[in-house]
Every structure is written in C-alpha cells, then in structure tokens.
Design a binder for this molecule. Structure first.
Ligand SMILES: [Zn+2]
Length: 250
C-alpha cells in the first residue's frame, strides 16, 4: 500500500484551484477547479481547442476490469448529481497529482469536463481498493460541475478573499454522495474514503486559492454525509441546503 502522507493529500488531491498565476494560465469562465502547473495549463488549453480527442485525455485506465467498475460507479454518481460532464483520465506523471472540473464542454458531452490524474488514481486504488476514496474525489469535482451549472460559485464566494466557500460546498456535496451511497447500500464501507478526506485541507488562509482548513473541510463533508444518510431528498435540495449551510457557517 502506498502511504499517502498528509502532504501528499494537500498537494495532490482536491487541490484544484491552486492556480499559480505567474506560471499557469487561467481558463476563461472557470472559477473553481482548474489545473495548477504550467504543463497542465498547456494541456488544458489544448483540450479546450481539441475537445475530447486530446491524446492524453484517456477514456481508459488500461485495466478493463477496473474500467468497467469505475464506469459503473461514475454512471451511478452522475445519476445522483444529475450531471453528465465529459470525464477522462489525464496523464499527470510529471506533474502534481490532481483532479479538476471546468465548465467548458467538448463536442458530444452534455455540460462541463472532469479530469482525473492517472497518478492520483493509481495511488488511490492502492489506498482504498473499494474505490470509495476515488469516488469521493469524483464527487467533489461533480459538485463543481453542479455549481457551474447553477452559477453558484460566484454567489458562494461573493465578498470573499478566496474560493473557500465553493470548495467547502463541493466537500458538503461529496459528503451527501457518500451518505446517499451508505443509506442505499449499508454494506459498503466509506471508512477509507473518510480516512482519505481526513487528510485534506490547507492553512494557506491568505491565499485566494485557500480551500478551507482541515477542520472546515472535514466538518463540511460530515454535515453533508449526516444529511444524506438519513434524509432521502432530491439532489436540488441537497445542493441548496448545502449552500445555506456553508453561507451560514462560513
Ligand atoms: Zn475543488
């Protein structure tokens, strides 16, 4: 098992939005998660222009059995969120581990794009063979797609010095997804997904890219989990209750 240190979590996972303006390029219309290294920014630009056909935006992990399970899990998750963005595996071997979401839509997709770094995917497969930790990341990114769709990112972050509120709201929606899964399938274990989530957060509170402290992020996931594990609501209600919770709390 690969030891995913806390440092690894902070740098590699759910670190979307950590754009370095001096190095990377921002993406027009993108406000929440995008790529955070120069090479990745170039890849992103290419992706926007070339669409789903980009060479490094793969629709397979190279493992057909895993692909089938992953595909099924994503379809189920997409049903929970009511979203069908383009989704692909992006080579991140030479860059930070990462996952990202953006509102740009390639031909053939319904709305938005989610990318998942291949290195992070491999590490998380080792960390949690059940796949729930991977799906927690996917859920966070689908949460951003749902925010983009509703123009909620600007609303959440209005008057704020950073993107903390929209990130905590995506964490809340991640918790809702995990709670919904647990309520529908009590046999599944979300223990390692929870353990993984315990490693996220940053203390860079003066950065405009601050995603929330460790405690804030965990609390947001737990609040969403507690709601969806007990309350059978439509996604729109989870979304708006989450928004109210984040605005009220932070
Ligand atoms: Zn995010």
């Amino acid at each position: 098992m690969i030891d995913l240190s806390r440092r690894g979590f902070i740098c590699g996972c759910l670190a979307c939005g950590l754009v370095q303006p001096a190095l990377g390029q921002t993406v027009p219309g993108s406000a929440g998660c995008f790529l955070n290294a120069p090479a990745q920014s170039r890849q992103l630009d290419e992706f926007i222009s070339r669409g789903i056909g980009r060479r490094d935006f793969a629709s397979t992990t190279g493992d057909p059995d895993f692909d089938r399970q992953f595909g099924r899990a994503i379809i189920r998750l997409a049903g929970f969120f009511g979203e069908q963005p383009a989704f692909g595996i992006v080579s991140d071997a030479d860059d930070h581990d990462n996952a990202w979401a953006m509102p740009q839509t390639p031909p053939g997709a319904e709305f938005g794009t989610v990318g998942f770094g291949s290195t992070m995917l491999a590490k998380l497969r080792d960390f949690d063979p059940s796949g729930m930790a991977i799906m927690a990341i996917v859920a966070h990114e689908f949460g951003h797609i749902a925010q983009y769709r509703r123009s909620a990112i600007a609303e959440l972050n209005q008057g704020q010095p950073n993107v903390r509120r929209s990130e905590l709201h995506a964490d809340y929606l991640t918790g809702c997804y995990l709670g919904w899964m647990k309520r529908n399938e009590p046999r599944i274990s979300v223990r390692l997904a929870g353990k993984f989530m315990e490693g996220i957060g940053d203390n860079d509170v003066n950065s405009q890219h601050h995603h929330g402290t460790h405690d804030e992020r965990i609390a947001s996931v737990e609040a969403g989990f507690a709601l969806a594990k007990t309350e059978d609501l439509v996604f729109e209600d989870y979304f708006s209750l989450g928004k109210a919770h984040i605005l009220r709390t932070y």
